[in-house]
Design a protein around this ligand. Structure first.
Ligand SMILES: Cc1cc2nc3c(=O)[nH]c(=O)nc-3n(C[C@H](O)[C@H](O)[C@H](O)COP(=O)(O)OP(=O)(O)OC[C@H]3O[C@@H](n4cnc5c(N)ncnc54)[C@H](O)[C@@H]3O)c2cc1C
Length: 447
């Protein structure tokens, strides 16, 4: 009979590192361990204290590189085999796991219960959406699925209703729409007040904003008013679904480490993310979603700032951030005139020339061409790094490129660790030779 079956406690094992897989992502595993069983080594890898590990698997779930696994001692493995056998024979009742009992109670901070859902702010200028909003809807809807909540887009502007369906197509389940002439042009005051009003009413647990000029300004004002945490310029986002925490990874201490930051006790948990950090999701125009129209009580007469004139800045016609092919040069270019060999290759491939900060600091290239932590974040189909060593501050701006081709005479240069193809040698020989060969191939295919 069912009642007579034996109850057995199932061993949970302990976490174990697979060192070859660890990518030193920024101590995500350590940040989710409630038992303080994980310390980080100098190289950023976890050291697990198995006497403290309860086998809760939280670190395993959060690891982006599948670099942690569960280890059972031979005795535990034997017991597991016996349990499996007894279950198969019907001799054991549903097996009870040894739970991490003291964790769950204090895992969710008080007050979190009211806050649910993930929001993405959709920035627009003259009704033209910023693509970063769609990128954030892509990553946001994946995170929301893990938390089992809805993804909502927030659209504020004047005559911007047309953006609602687009937001739904990119992954929003819901759209909160506020339309009014006071939102014709971006100004901090009306936008932050409108967004704060929405947050106080609907209480999202996470809010993502593009790290554009507008987004940085707005997110800072909103977080200050709501007295919540904001992590700027995140390069990685994940969730700890047990504690419902957004794991926000970004360079810290001058880019020397990647830190994973959590906002544990205030909501919403807010992050800004630079354009091109995440991939643009596929647009699905058949998706259906709900549009919630909200009205605003904000009046033009109450506002301190008036928009008198809009002056477009001339960027010289080259948009490094949205280029598909980038030929980037660093200190190894040695002289500003030498960038012309990169321009020749770029012209041949239909790409643009960019650079490292060393090239900007030397006065060889303008600042708007700089890639990296204090420059642009790029995600081209092909990124050539010519005479660039691969400092972390440069890598964070280009490491998500589809294909990275590095040319460097130092075979130990860190750029080769992220490169898909590496050419060790003198760039002054390699680059012109590549251009020449491409030209010849083109001519042959035309003939
Ligand atoms: C807070 C902060 C923010 C920063 N932000 C950025 C940023 O946004 N972007 C950025 O790029 N950096 C940034 N940096 C600077 C960064 O740390 C590096 O100093 C910089 O990226 C180095 O540029 P580089 O690789 O061109 O120069 P180097 O590190 O000097 O490397 C030059 C490379 O060229 C190679 N080389 C030389 N001659 C040849 C040749 N003939 N053929 C082939 N290879 C050759 C060398 O082997 C070497 O690897 C930042 C630093 C800090 C502290």
């Amino acid at each position: 009979m069912e009642e007579e079956k034996k109850k057995i406690k199932k061993p949970l094992g302990v976490a174990r590192l697979l060192p070859s897989k660890c990518i030193a992502c920024g101590a995500r595993c350590q940040s989710v361990c409630s038992r303080k069983a994980i310390e980080m080594s100098e190289s950023g890898e976890p050291i697990i204290d198995i006497t403290r590990c309860s086998g809760c698997r939280r670190c395993i779930k959060i690891c982006p590189a599948e670099a942690l696994e569960i280890y059972y001692t031979p005795e535990q493995q034997k017991l597991l085999d016996e349990i499996a056998k007894m279950e198969a024979e019907g001799a054991a009742k549903a097996v009870v796991a040894e739970a991490d009992e003291d964790f769950e109670e204090d895992a969710l901070p008080k007050g979190h219960g009211e806050y649910r859902g993930l929001w993405v702010f959709v920035e627009q200028v003259d009704g033209e959406p910023a693509t970063v909003a769609w990128e954030l809807l892509g990553v946001g809807s994946q995170l929301a699925r893990e938390l089992n909540v809805e993804t909502a887009a927030v659209i504020i502007g004047d005559k911007v209703e047309n953006l609602c369906q687009e937001a739904i197509a990119y992954g929003a389940d819901k759209v909160y729409l506020i339309e009014h002439p006071v939102f014709r042009y971006y100004r901090t005051e009306p936008y932050f007040r409108a967004l704060c009003d929405l947050v106080r009413k609907y209480k999202p647990e996470i809010m993502l904003v593009g790290a554009t000029g507008v987004g940085r300004d707005l997110a800072g004002a909103v977080a200050t008013d709501l007295k919540t945490g904001l992590t700027a310029d995140c390069t990685g986002l994940a969730v700890d679904s047990d504690r419902r925490l957004l794991m926000q990874t970004r360079p810290a201490f001058g880019g020397n480490i990647m830190a994973t930051i959590v906002t544990e006790k205030t909501w919403p948990q807010m992050s800004t993310v630079r354009p091109h950090t995440f991939r643009l999701p596929e647009k699905d125009t058949t998706r259906k979603g709900e549009i919630i129209r909200e009205v605003t009580g904000i009046k033009e007469s109450e506002l301190c700032t008036k928009v008198v004139e809009i002056i477009q800045r001339n960027s010289g016609g080259v948009d490094v951030a949205s280029a598909d092919i980038i030929i980037s040069g660093g200190r190894g270019m040695q002289h500003p005139d030498n960038f012309k060999i990169l321009q020749e290759l770029a012209d041949e491939l239909g790409g643009v020339v960019a650079c490292s900060r060393a090239a900007v600091d030397s006065g060889w290239m303008p600042a708007e061409r700089q890639v990296g932590q204090t420059g642009k974040t790029v995600r081209p189909k092909i990124y050539f790094a010519c005479g660039i060593s691969g400092a972390i501050q440069h890598l964070v701006g280009m490491q998500n490129s589809d294909i990275i081709i590095a040319i460097n005479r130092d075979k130990h240069a860190p750029i080769f660790e992220v490169a898909h193809y590496g050419l060790v040698g003198d760039l002054f020989k390699i680059v012109p030779s590549l251009t020449k060969q491409i030209k010849e191939l083109r001519a042959k295919s035309k003939a």
